[in-house]
Design a protein around this ligand. Structure first.
Ligand SMILES: CC(C)(COP(=O)(O)OP(=O)(O)OC[C@H]1O[C@@H](n2cnc3c(N)ncnc32)[C@H](O)[C@@H]1OP(=O)(O)O)[C@@H](O)C(=O)NCCC(=O)NCCS
Length: 178
């Protein structure tokens, strides 16, 4: 018997969230190769080359969608604009993460994508608690999480940032309850 796993897709007002594919490599290389992006997430190398994009996309093809759901954020006119995901990498509670390419900042896309994923997590994973964190020097991400309904827990964790040479960066933790 042959089993074909089809990744889920989520439609929001302006965006389609779909599984990343090998064809995303060029655009991913372009958008992720920006220290303004890599320096605000945990595990994105910098500089970021096409081989990094291809290796990451290959890993995503093998992801277990019941534990790690990573979506390419696609705009109908602009194509791939970023990534959003929810994973169990940091513990038993799903954790939300995202990034947008710089040309697409401040248009509400991260907030719209985060809301779409939270609705999906509640419906498909039947999870009612999602955590997230943002580096203390990234207030824009704090604004996204607040707009998506997260609240600050008061905890500040030290999280490594690969693009900052592995430095541990104070990270303000937040929680969302369905
Ligand atoms: C953070 C990031 C995801 C925001 O994406 P976005 O699509 O621009 O987010 P939105 O447009 O939905 O919302 C951004 C909010 O931040 C606010 N903002 C932007 N820059 C800000 C700053 N320097 N200080 C405070 N708020 C700021 C905007 O005003 C907006 O809030 P508003 O709608 O209340 O005005 C995007 O800048 C990014 O990808 N950055 C690099 C990677 C990253 O930080 N990922 C998140 C890791 S936790």
């Amino acid at each position: 018997m042959c089993a074909i796993e089809i990744s889920p897709a989520i439609s929001t007002e302006r965006l389609l969230l779909r599984g990343p594919v090998a064809n995303d490599a060029d655009r991913l290389t372009l958008l992720a190769g920006d220290i303004g992006v890599a320096g605000m997430v945990s595990s994105m190398p910098h500089p970021y080359g096409r081989a990094d994009a291809e290796a990451w996309l290959a890993r995503m093809q093998k992801a277990d969608w019941d534990r790690d759901a990573v979506f390419a954020i696609e705009h109908h006119a602009f194509g791939l604009v970023g990534m959003v995901g929810v994973t169990h990498r940091h513990g038993p509670r799903p954790e939300l993460g995202y990034w947008l390419g710089r040309p697409f900042w401040n248009r509400g896309y991260a907030t719209e994508a985060a809301r779409g994923v939270l609705t999906w997590v509640k419906r498909d994973w039947r999870k009612r608690v999602v955590v997230a964190g943002h580096f203390t020097d990234n207030p824009a991400s704090g604004a996204v999480l607040c707009k998506a309904g997260f609240l600050y827990t008061g905890d500040v964790e030290l999280r490594p940032c690969l693009a900052r040479g592995g430095a541990e960066v104070p990270t303000r933790m937040m929680v969302w309850l369905a």
